[in-house]
Design a binder for this molecule. Structure first.
Ligand SMILES: [Zn+2]
Length: 156
């Protein structure tokens, strides 16, 4: 039987630990009367600004917004257009990643340097690249390629 190599100890920078603490606190403010699944998120931009969000459910379930998108919309309202780190706190084992809707929104304001840190109530447990979570996402380049293809077809 093949034995798994033990995972290398995750090195978590101090600024990520601070953001995790903030996300863990904002998670307590989640409005989750239907699922009881509370999520806190903290985003860090290029200047080190931290913006937070928690999930906010709604009796009309489709109106529910996740913590990650809530934080991203908060960041945009503050004038932020590029995020470096996403820290998500759930009470899950292993910690849960952002859903696909949130990944799509986060990708709009991220680049290859952006990292997603997944934590539970005890600490940060995992670090991933956005591209690992959502490879080949639809982005501004997708729209540009579509417009170019259409223009080429019209010339024919
Ligand atoms: Zn989500």
């Amino acid at each position: 039987m093949k034995r798994k190599k033990p995972k290398a100890e995750l090195e978590v920078p101090e600024k990520i630990v601070k953001a995790w603490k903030v996300a863990r606190e904002v998670r307590k403010r989640a409005y989750a009367p239907y699922s009881a699944y509370q999520v806190g998120a903290a985003l860090i931009d290029e200047k080190g600004t931290v913006l937070t969000g928690c999930n906010v459910e709604n009796a009309s379930y489709g109106a529910t917004i996740c913590a990650e998108r809530n934080a991203m919309l908060h960041a945009v309202a503050e004038g932020i257009r590029k995020i470096r780190h996403v820290v998500v706190v759930t009470d899950s084992e292993p910690p849960a990643p952002p859903c696909a809707l949130c990944l799509q929104v986060l990708c709009e304001f991220s680049d290859e340097k952006t990292r997603v840190w997944l934590g539970d109530l005890d600490g940060v447990k995992e670090c991933l690249e956005l591209s690992e979570l959502l490879p080949r996402h639809f982005g501004p380049g997708s729209l540009a390629r579509g417009l170019r293809a259409r223009a080429t077809r019209l010339k024919r």
